[in-house]
Write a protein that binds this ligand. Structure first.
Ligand code: GDP
Length: 444
């Protein structure tokens, strides 16, 4: 999970502060030391750490804490505010050109995730903002890059402007913009060439493209897992190209968080988006406050709700609720519900968005295994239609057949049936408690 190591350390540090009726200078000193170590261990830039700790220390011994009725809480609030500020404070929005199309130039080193992110961004603009994007293949050095972008475009059903690898990238980009105008497309996302390392030729070419197409945004795509290297890359690209924002990819695999916490402070450029997985819908707008909240174990309920809204079919959810209330819930409905939850992403990622979930001992050691869901699915899929509607039919020979069909032991089949039975009982009780009152619905 993203930031896991840092989250663990910071959370145990601030836990000591919670509920403190008095905060002494010694307490602050100790906390500051622990925060410092936690950040350094997370591979945050040394200078950034120094400034950060200094700020916290100053504020924590100041009047806002001393005069507070809950000094411990106040210190935690300060840490959260400063973490938020470190990552850029407010969420940074994407530009909209007054004269469409809005042109976004994507730059970055090879392998950082530029092509994937171009596709993800186009997808997000279309899905969330109702925009009509055009993807442009300007990485003319690697024929495979053009193919890759075309594949991504095809997968998403988003048009890709490409002219092979013979032409000059500047000309391709210019023609693409004309094409977008003619087709009334409102965003042009230009996927440029990358190299394995920063080199002069690359920078020269990107500078030329920038001068000729005058983009509204220049997004630098960096791999969060490369930590301080990503920060150095960002500094170099920024000094040549004056980028407008950063997209951090592979944050899903970044347990440390050094790049996310340093880039803004070092380059003064905002992190606009975060890549949270390989799939083309796994790009999130970067919200510094929500991220700080996640790191400190306060959860990120807002993102969770947004995810649910994006992925859960409202009509289906209403039907399910109705079924639960009348206790006519079947295994088919159960399967449906599982599909919807699964579409929201890996379970441990979701759990990380719940306040305090990291701290719950029981949960911490449970390996939340998406495979278990696959097993449950296999068992349900091995039932006949009749059995799914009426689990009461189940007898020993049916159970045996289901176990064989799903490749799971009978004990697991039994367990699922029992759980389902208990769930139905609970639903009955709940709808009984609700009585005739239809107005007040309780979700859960
Ligand atoms: P490019 O050379 O910069 O265009 O990089 P690609 O777009 O080809 O991506 C390189 C690899 O990183 C691919 O295997 C992508 O699937 C993977 N990748 C990109 N973004 C993410 C992300 O946010 N999370 C994860 N886990 N993988 C990613």
């Amino acid at each position: 999970m993203a930031f896991e190591g840092l989250a663990d350390r910071l959370q145990s540090t601030i836990k000591k502060m919670t509920g403190k009726g008095k905060v002494s200078e010694q307490d602050v000193k100790e906390m500051a030391r622990e925060v410092r170590l936690a950040l350094l261990e997370a591979d945050v830039n040394f200078k950034v750490v120094k400034d950060f700790v200094k700020k916290i220390k100053e504020r924590a011994v100041g009047t806002e804490v001393m005069e507070s009725l809950t000094p411990g809480q106040q210190v935690i609030k300060i840490v959260k505010e400063e973490l938020t500020a470190l990552m850029g404070g407010e969420q940074s929005k994407i530009a909209v050109s007054e004269r469409p199309p809005t042109v976004i130039m994507m730059v970055g080193l090879q392998g950082a995730g530029k092509t994937t992110t171009s596709g993800k961004l186009a997808n997000l603009l279309r899905k969330k903002h109702n925009r009509k994007p055009l993807l442009v293949a300007c990485d003319v050095y690697r024929p495979a890059a053009v193919d890759q972008l075309e594949t991504v475009g095809k997968q998403l059903g988003i048009p890709v402007f490409s002219q092979g690898t013979e032409k000059n990238p500047v000309d391709i980009a210019k023609e693409a913009i004309e094409h977008a105008k003619a087709e009334h497309l409102d965003y042009v996302i230009v996927d440029t060439a990358g190299r394995l390392h920063v080199d002069e030729n690359l920078m020269g070419e990107l500078t030329q493209i920038k001068a000729d197409i005058n983009p509204d945004e220049i997004f630098l795509v960096v791999d969060a897992m490369t930590g301080q290297d990503a920060v150095n890359v960002a500094e170099t690209f920024d000094s040549t190209l004056d980028i407008t924002g950063v997209v951090l990819t592979k944050l899903d695999g970044d347990t440390r968080g050094g790049a996310a916490l340093s880039i803004r402070a070092v380059t003064h450029k905002p992190i606009k988006f975060a890549g949270m997985g390989e799939k083309l819908d796994e790009l999130e707008a970067f919200h510094p406050e929500r991220m700080a909240s996640r790191i400190l174990g306060m959860g990120d309920v807002l993102s969770l709700i947004e995810k649910a809204q994006d992925n859960i079919d409202e009509k289906k959810a209403k039907e399910l609720e109705q079924k639960m209330r009348t206790a006519s819930f079947t295994f088919d409905d159960f399967l449906d519900q599982m599909e919807q939850v699964k579409s929201m992403g890996p379970l441990d990622e979701l759990l990380g968005m719940l306040p305090g979930a990291n701290k719950m001992k029981g949960l911490k050691n449970v390996q939340i295994d998406d495979k278990q869901l696959v097993h449950v699915e296999a068992i349900i899929q091995s039932m006949t239609k009749k059995e799914r509607q009426d689990p009461g039919l189940m007898n020993a020979s049916r159970k045996k057949r289901i176990a064989k069909g799903s490749g799971r032991p009978i004990s697991e089949v039994n367990r699922l049936l029992k759980q389902f039975d208990e769930m139905k009982k609970m639903m009955k009780q709940m709808s009984g408690m609700q009585g005739g009152k239809k107005g007040k619905k309780k979700k859960g």
